[in-house]
Write a protein that binds this ligand. Structure first.
Ligand code: SAM
Length: 282
């Protein structure tokens, strides 16, 4: 890079996300749109020339306009496409509305979303108009609460539970622990399914393996799957499918129209894990 380019680059407003002390991802900020500390975390929204609008929580990318569909479609559709008759799912986290948007493509009756930080919901309504309409849908029940406390106290049951938590730091740390999944299980109806984001197979295999160990003691079926997510650490993300009865590859019917990533072949392929991943799990 020429000196002139280096100087130009030095003057650009940038946001950096470190994946290790020596590497990470940077975003040029074309236009800062929002930045504030909430009761739980730092919330930032900015415009990037390539990825469009970007939402960051505590300096970590949550979603971008250009690649949100990779993550949201792969957290949601594999579980909904194998459940015998999904009617009332629960979402823990997910205040940006992206997971909800995908769920509401299916003929569900109601969806309950439990988000700890109301400011994330307000920010999404203001700056992410392609995600947030689902937050205002008549089938949506929005609850502001700590997901861990909600599942510990509730008597309600759900047929599919999606855990769209942020990274295992700050308010989201407890959503990656055995205690939380133990309480989640009691909220699950017969033939119920849990689908949760599980982290970066490249950078976070130790926490994925730890999770695998305690999940196997709670559920008969524990299957990790993965998909590319361009702006997440390592460009690839892991998810986990949990159930005591429903098999993750028993696809029923046709997927909803308009999907940009998910299809039945991708569904099957996502559960085929690379050797380094399988070996670490075993
Ligand atoms: N896809 C993103 C990822 O993988 O990093 C997560 C997106 S979503 C924005 C994460 C949401 O979880 C945030 O809105 C955050 O406020 C919410 N959250 C964090 N801890 C929570 C808790 N204990 N209970 C409920 N929601 C929580």
């Amino acid at each position: 890079m020429t000196q002139e380019k280096k100087t130009q680059r030095k003057n650009l407003l940038e946001e950096k996300e470190y994946h290790t002390p020596s590497n990470g991802l940077f975003f040029q900020i074309k236009k800062p749109l929002f930045g504030r500390e909430s009761r739980y975390q730092r919330i930032e929204v900015f415009e990037n020339p390539y990825f469009g609008r970007v939402l960051m929580l505590d300096g970590l990318v949550q979603t971008t306009e250009r690649d949100e569909f990779f993550y949201h479609e792969m957290l949601v559709h594999p579980a909904l496409m194998v459940h015998p008759r999904p009617r009332s799912p629960l979402v823990i986290g997910g205040g940006d509305g992206g997971v909800l948007k995908e769920i509401l493509r299916h003929p569900v009756e109601t969806v309950c979303l439990v988000e700890i930080d109301p400011l994330v919901i307000d920010v999404s309504k203001e700056f992410f108009p392609w995600l947030s309409p689902a937050l205002k849908d008549e089938r949506t029940e929005l609850l502001i609460s700590d997901g861990k406390e909600f599942v510990r106290q509730t008597e309600r049951e759900f047929d599919i539970i999606f855990v769209d938590s942020s990274d295992p730091v700050g308010p989201s740390a407890s959503l990656h622990e055995k205690n939380f999944f133990t309480h989640l299980k009691k909220c699950l109806r017969k033939d119920g399914i849990i689908a949760a984001q599980a982290g970066s197979p490249f950078y976070q295999m130790d926490s994925i393996r730890k999770k695998n160990d305690f999940l196997k003691s709670l559920f008969k079926i524990v299957r990790f799957y993965s998909s590319p997510v361009p702006t997440y650490p390592g460009g690839n993300w892991a998810f986990v499918f949990l159930s005591d009865s429903v098999q993750p590859l028993d696809i029923k019917g046709n997927p909803p129209e308009g999907l940009k990533y998910y299809n039945p072949d991708i569904h099957r392929a996502a559960f085929s894990l690379p050797n380094f991943f399988k070996e670490k799990l075993d």
